[in-house]
Design a binder for this molecule. Structure first.
Ligand SMILES: [Zn+2]
Length: 359
């Protein structure tokens, strides 16, 4: 019995049809097969699994439409057989498709939401540092975060890289009531429960004029572009137009997180130092020196954090003590105290709102 999963091969004939684009796969063309349970085997007679074939590119297009939990090829190890027998150029094609997909998946806003949910559930600062560190070490594929680290950190630190939106809770409610076609008074009453992002989420779900997307496809880049545009307008009509654009790209959970970002409170109750130390044990100290998040991220990535003016001393001290930063444990580092003048996402809400992370 063929095991469930993926294989790669060259089409033996021109008779198989790509299950994504519905076109024939040329003879000898590179194809990806996916073994799935045989749904014709209604009486459980142990029939062999079905294999659906796809053009290589089409397979990855299908992954984008699949649910987050569905099986995907995130590394060559996820291909059960056939990869080693491919021509060099086709191996390269597959590896590029995998890499491009991982970059895309790591840049999904949805991933950031899941990370925030985890951070919100963790009580200790050191634990939060470990979660961020682990997220960057693994990424969705387990082989390292391939997305835009600067944007991820920027989204995690809305109180630090502060963008001014000229929108308070009341403004937001007023604008969203127009966009959702929801009674303003009803939204204001809901807001009395204290969480504007939750009010917006609930009313988005109930809206009769706009429908939340069922599946989140928003990326960090797209969210950043939309939010930057929002920050550049001040007239109510323009803000309404920009928020309408944002709404059109969001699930209700996406929009809730976007609102939290606008109000500079992610509800993750994490000080900036714990988030930054997840990036690098010395990233918080470096940020205090330069106040430039982009520069800090770039220096961490190019391993030049200690070349930053004001950070050289730290390296010398460390050399004496033989402390190796590249191997230091984020969690341990996170617990060591130092001044924490910069706070981020410190929730004013007493009870964190539990929310689904799917969708
Ligand atoms: Zn196809």
């Amino acid at each position: 019995m063929t095991e469930l999963g993926f294989n790669v091969s060259y089409a033996l004939s021109a008779r198989s049809i790509c299950r994504h684009c519905r076109k024939y796969i040329d003879k000898k063309a590179l194809r990806i097969g996916q073994s799935i349970p045989n749904h014709y085997d209604e009486d459980n007679r142990g029939w062999d699994n079905l294999i659906y074939y796809y053009h290589a590119v089409c397979m990855f297009k299908k992954f984008d439409q699949d649910k987050p939990k569905d099986m995907k090829i995130k590394s060559p190890d996820d291909i059960s057989y056939g990869f080693d027998n491919l021509k060099q150029e086709d191996k390269k094609t597959i590896l590029e498709l995998i890499n491009d997909a991982n970059v895309k998946w790591d840049n999904l806003f949805r991933q950031f939401r899941c990370l925030c949910a985890k951070l919100s559930d963790e009580d200790t600062g050191a634990g939060k540092t470990a979660i961020v560190s682990d997220f960057l070490k693994k990424g969705n594929a387990g082989t390292g975060f391939k997305g835009d680290v600067y944007l991820l950190m920027k989204f995690l630190l809305p109180g630090v890289v502060k963008t001014v939106y000229n929108l308070n809770d009341k403004d937001l409610i007023k604008l969203f009531s127009q966009i959702f076609g929801t009674n303003l008074k009803a939204m204001e009453e809901d807001l009395e429960q204290g969480d504007v992002s939750e009010t917006v989420r609930v009313c988005f779900d109930k809206s009769k004029t706009v429908t939340p997307l069922k599946k989140s496809a928003l990326t960090l880049q797209e969210a950043d572009d939309l939010l930057t545009s929002l920050s550049q307008v001040t007239k109510e009509s323009e803000q309404c137009k920009m928020l309408t654009k944002i709404v059109a790209r969001c699930t209700s959970n996406d929009l809730m997180m976007v609102v939290r970002f606008i109000t500079h409170d992610l509800g993750i109750n994490a000080k900036a130092k714990y988030i930054l130390r997840g990036l690098h044990p010395d990233a918080y100290e470096a940020f205090q020196v330069s106040q430039n998040l982009k520069d800090v991220v770039e220096r961490v990535q190019s391993n030049t954090l200690h070349h930053m003016p004001g950070m050289e001393k730290k390296e010398k001290t460390d050399k004496k003590t033989g402390h190796d930063h590249s191997k230091s444990d984020g969690a341990k580092q996170g617990s060591s105290g130092s001044s924490d003048s910069v706070d981020v996402g410190v929730s004013k809400k007493k009870t964190p709102v539990k929310r689904p992370t799917e969708g």
